[in-house]
Design a protein around this ligand. Structure first.
Ligand code: HEC
Length: 136
């Protein structure tokens, strides 16, 4: 009598583990929940706060979706196409220029409307880049 539930529990656990194992085979790119702040470095955490306080997140999503501006998940280190057809790697220098001087390079398919009025310190730019890097 008491053995039966135990056996089905064990069977259920085996099924769950098999499913988890299967899910683990994917590259995981589509499950793009933003990292919780506890997982971020101190600089990236400050960047996350800045992105909210400065309103960056009104145009830049951090959950893998699109928005008015390009999403930040997977941006760092990826190849991006600029207006005019040139392709560049979104390395630190690119990200810094995109933040400091948004008019200087424009992503293909997006309007050139990012505000140019932020007066960011080096530390703030550094923090925002750390956050974007932490997103992927
Ligand atoms: C009003 C909307 C808006 C706000 C607010 C905004 N951006 Fe943007 N941003 C854009 C758009 C649109 C683009 C794409 C066009 C371009 O390259 O300038 C862009 C491009 C970028 C890029 C280059 C992305 C890429 O994929 O090449 C970075 C990095 C960036 N923004 C960072 C920021 C940061 C940091 C803030 C806050 C301090 C911010 N943005 C605020 C609209 C916005």
């Amino acid at each position: 009598m008491t053995r039966r539930p135990v056996a089905s529990l064990a069977a259920g656990a085996a099924v769950v583990m098999a499913l988890v194992g299967l899910a683990g085979c994917g590259d995981g790119d589509d499950a793009a929940a933003p990292p919780s702040t506890a997982e971020l470095s101190p600089a990236a955490r400050e960047g996350a706060t800045l992105a909210t306080d400065l309103g960056c997140n009104a145009c830049h999503s951090v959950d893998g979706g699109g928005s008015t501006g390009p999403g930040w998940v997977g941006l760092a280190g990826s190849e991006v196409e600029l207006e005019g057809g040139q392709t560049v790697v979104a390395d630190r220098a690119y990200l810094e220029q995109a933040i400091r001087d948004p008019r200087s390079q424009v992503r293909a398919g997006y309007a050139n409307i990012m505000p140019t009025t932020y007066e960011l310190t080096d530390d703030e730019v550094e923090a925002l880049i750390a956050y974007i890097e932490a997103l992927g």
